[in-house]
Write a protein that binds this ligand. Structure first.
Ligand code: NAD
Ligand code: UDP
Length: 317
């Protein structure tokens, strides 16, 4: 018997992270409202939950207000891959900013706790390495990534202001590159691109020299941390970094994917997109301290193997 059953709203719930979060919350016995406009999300991600008494699916766009009685809100609605968020840049920034205002308004009305899925992109192309929460970042306000980066930075500001001014109980997490089952194979992110290219025997496309680095977190480690952040005391607002500090160049990632898939794919080099950050690695000491012994458990090899298995069984049957 669950002691603490809650009504929980997950915006962006049909996306990669959102659907994995919905699974976990439903499994724990909560009532989950999954809200999505299906811009980058996919009904296949949550199809297995439809019909479950603990799950409701709502088609809605967060740039418009939404009302419901809920105890907690996870605000994830926002396209996350560069090609997807650049497809309609104005819509992306509206989603971050107006979505934050609407969801914060709902949290104030319901006295709900609300968690914002912010991003390592708030650090931009960082001059400090690794990045800790106290670093203010190096972000271009007028480039092609700005609709996302500045949208997310503005959302953080709104969260802090609603907290200071209105007493809303907020949590801000800064998610570093996360991968795993239910990533969209066509949304252009590096892990899904490389795996699909390797499985199909196509060329692996490295942008630039491949020396730029990222730190990749497996989805299960992120979901565990998100639940723990939501459960922290009211005086903890974050922002807190959530990521895996293992840092790899895109060249290393490509070689690892080729090895793990036994692929015959060749590596090819393509132009580096504008403002592509050169390096990124989270300092996760705050998360480790605040989240009761949380740390990433799944390393890149293991996480890639699980993700490769998912892409094989879902798309190459
Ligand atoms: P995703 O694209 O798979 O999921 C985003 C979801 O939001 C999709 O289901 C999409 O349809 C929905 N959505 C977009 N605009 C909406 C709108 N206006 N109204 C309602 N729904 C809308 O991406 P993801 O990787 O699951 O990312 C989820 C969240 O986590 C995003 O806010 C993203 O910025 C953040 N994040 C992700 C990563 C990562 O590496 N995956 C890193 C940092 C931050
Ligand atoms: N990238 C790449 N080949 C691809 C897709 C991406 O080399 O097919 C690079 C991209 O230029 C960036 C890194 O991989 O340097 C991570 O890209 P992604 O879009 O996954 O995440 P983000 O840049 O937002 O961290």
């Amino acid at each position: 018997m669950m002691m603490d059953k809650k009504r929980i709203l997950v915006t962006g719930g049909a996306g990669f992270i959102g659907s994995n979060l919905c699974d976990r919350l439903v499994r724990e016995g909560h009532d989950v409202l999954c809200l999505d406009n299906f811009f980058t999300g996919n009904k296949n991600n949550i199809r297995h939950l439809i019909g479950n008494d603990h799950f409701e699916l709502i088609r809605h766009d967060v740039i418009n207000p939404y009302m419901a009685e809920v105890d907690e809100i996870y605000n994830l609605a926002c396209p996350a891959s560069p090609p997807a968020y650049q497809h309609d840049a104005i819509k992306t920034i509206k989603t971050s900013v107006m979505g934050a205002i609407n969801m914060l308004g709902l949290a104030r009305y319901c006295k709900a706790r609300i968690l914002q899925a912010s991003t390592s992109e708030v650090y931009g192309d960082p001059n400090v390495h690794p990045q800790s929460e106290s670093y203010w970042g190096n972000v271009n306000p007028i480039g092609i990534r700005s609709c996302y980066d500045e949208g997310k930075r503005c959302a953080e500001t709104l969260f802090m202001d609603y907290h200071r001014q209105e007493g809303v109980r907020i949590k801000i997490i800064r998610i570093f590159n996360t991968y795993g089952p239910r990533m969209d194979p066509d949304d252009g992110r590096v892990v899904s691109n490389f795996i699909m290219q390797a499985l199909r025997g196509e060329d692996i496309t490295i942008y630039g020299t491949g020396e730029q680095t990222r730190s990749f977190q497996y989805i299960d480690d992120l979901i565990e941390a998100m639940i723990r952040v939501m459960g922290t005391a009211d005086d903890f607002t974050g922002p807190v970094n959530l990521g895996n500090p293992g840092e790899f160049s895109m060249l290393e990632l490509a070689q690892t994917v080729i090895r793990l898939t036994n692929s015959k794919s060749k590596i090819v080099f393509r132009p580096l997109p504008m403002d592509d950050p050169r390096q990124r690695r989270p300092d996760i000491s705050m998360a480790k301290q605040i989240l009761g012994g949380w740390e990433p458990k799944v390393d890149l090899n293991e996480g890639l193997l699980r993700t490769i298995e998912y892409f094989k069984s879902t798309y190459l049957k």
